[in-house]
Design a protein. Sequence first.
Length: 151
Amino acid sequence: MSLENKIETKLSEALKNKDKNVFPTLRLVLSAIKDLKITKKMKEDSLKDEEIINILKKMIKQRNDSCEAYKKAGRDDLLNNEKKEIAVISEFLPKQLNDDETKKLCEDIIKSLKASSMKDMGKVMGNLKAKHGDVLDFSKASQILKTLLTK
């Protein structure tokens, strides 16, 4: 079953159960998928799972940015709503590595590439993206790399 079909199935279940925390978010996800199909001039073809994962990551990044803004503004009601949406969208992403696993991976890549300074940051990030793009949070990885490469 493709990722798009899983999202559609989950939407159907949420609508049947009248789960107001889930179905509006899933409708937004399916709308973003449909927009990409229109952009690519696809008829009924399904997108590849990688393309859908990219859409989901982009949506989570947007919500994380909103969370930061709401935190600064003291809008806990909107912050909680964004966090709920992040949780719903995250269900369809591959499991992300935690901080310790990310740090270990960064250290291994630095050793294998013999990176020694911030000049090597692009090379290390490119390698991480190529090998671990689906399971890595690159904002975390970037912060970890900065601390490791500036030592």
